[in-house]
Design a binder for this molecule. Structure first.
Ligand code: GAL
Length: 412
């Protein structure tokens, strides 16, 4: 009987799936509220490879602030996780790829027919010297403003379309007794806000010019970003540094704040964790001044050299790059598929709008989430932010940013 069952199971799964055993350690920062989408993908993996023990190793902390440090220790200590989450772009290329610690995945892309399934621009972001180094599982949008439609109606305000309008709405809301119209969280979320302010103030072309060395950070146009940023900060809660991104969103949902600027994992949180309906429980708009521009980032996974369970990793990568994998993960995560052939009917109204924007908008990359600048710049930008927050001196922050850009040879 047992034998018959095993034979049937093997037929159903394909014998290759059952034959696979050993372990697979997946390393990411998708813990707690951020976990359900990854878990769904792991469940799918377990269905195909029931004899593989999956270790879901997470290090809490939005945008990978803590996970990246742990990863560094493990990579340098010769104990790489089998596969780890990393943003497409400089976050991977400028670190572990240039250090020759990642396997070339171009053969996998060719075998799976992925060269025509992912956008060329995205493949370029995953590549170094013509070789591809990670598999993208999604596309997230950074420049989104979240609110609760019923609350805005109650307060008699509309989602502002520019940062100037935002500042006016902020005053109106303050006069109505809302102390902090903008909900803000810990340090990285402040940088996240900054990149949307920068995009809104500079426009797409000059924002992009910052990362290729064509616009200096101490150019008067870039100094102006800090001035606007400061005025926007005056609309935010004073206890920002103690709040996670989820707690900042909660302030909006509770009506203690009107707006929050956050990537669209916030939509995942509000739908998957909070059970809210897009358009009813929460509304969205491009961050002020950024309509028509999609600031993108992409989560991806790679294969470090010398891992213990290489075949299991390749099967993991195959799954997360597949249509089924992407359409399982993304509707829960609050991101859209990186593949161009995903099934829109599996996605909610917010995500369908993001899909349309992804196709029609001008695309720029996120700083905070690894797309445009090397880790060396990104990590030191936290210090620039500290300088600004303690001094409120736009010129000093701009000079510090330029000094780091020069030091890391940004854009060269
Ligand atoms: C981003 C990541 C998202 C989400 C977010 C908050 O960097 O790309 O998938 O996890 O951080 O932690």
């Amino acid at each position: 009987m047992k034998k018959l069952f095993l034979t049937l199971a093997a037929l159903a799964l394909g014998t290759a799936g059952l034959a696979q055993s050993g372990k697979l350690e997946i390393f990411s920062w998708w813990a707690g509220d951020e976990g359900p989408a990854l878990q769904a993908l792991i469940d799918l993996y377990k269905k195909r490879y029931p004899n593989v023990e999956v270790i879901n190793a997470t290090v809490t902390g939005g945008s990978g602030v803590n996970a990246r440090a742990v990863l560094k220790t493990r990579m340098l200590g010769g104990d790489p996780p089998d596969s780890f989450q990393v943003h497409a772009g400089q976050e991977l290329i400028g670190t572990w790829v240039v250090a020759d610690r990642m396997e070339d995945l171009t053969p996998l892309f060719n075998q799976e027919g992925w060269m025509t399934k992912f956008p060329k621009g995205l493949i370029d972001l995953l590549s170094y010297k013509g070789k591809i180094y990670s598999v993208p599982v999604n596309i997230h949008r950074s420049n989104v403003m979240w609110y609760v439609p019923a609350k805005l109606r109650e307060w008699g305000v509309q989602p502002p379309k520019t940062w100037a309008e935002f500042l006016t709405v902020c005053q109106t809301l303050k006069s109505k007794g809302l102390e902090a119209p903008l909900a803000l969280g810990e340090n990285w979320t402040q940088q996240h806000l900054w990149e949307s302010v920068a995009l809104g103030v500079l426009g797409a072309a000059d924002y992009a010019n910052l990362w290729i060395g064509k616009l200096r950070f101490n150019d008067p146009k870039a100094v102006a970003v800090w001035n606007t940023f400061g005025r926007v900060l005056d609309c935010a809660n004073k206890d920002a540094s103690g709040l996670s991104w989820q707690q900042a969103i909660d302030r909006v949902l509770e009506g203690r704040a009107a707006f929050n600027i956050m990537g669209d994992w916030a939509a995942g949180y509000m739908t998957t964790t909070k059970g809210l309906k897009p358009g009813e429980g929460f509304g969205w708009a491009p961050a002020p001044g950024t309509a028509g521009v999609f600031m993108m980032l992409s989560d991806s996974f790679g294969l470090p050299k010398g891992v213990k369970n290489r075949t299991n990793v390749l099967n993991w990568l195959r799954l997360l790059g597949s249509k089924e994998g992407q359409d399982t993960f993304n509707p829960l995560k609050g991101s859209i598929a990186a593949r161009t052939d995903s099934d829109p009917s599996k996605y909610n109204a917010y995500l369908q709008s993001a899909m349309r924007d992804w196709k029609s908008n001008r695309i720029v990359g996120s700083l905070v989430h690894g797309a445009v600048a090397p880790e060396s710049f990104m990590s030191q930008f936290g210090t620039v932010m500290e300088i600004y927050l303690s001094s409120r001196n736009a010129q000093a922050a701009a000079n510090a940013a330029q000094a780091i850009a020069t030091q890391v040879r940004l854009g060269q």
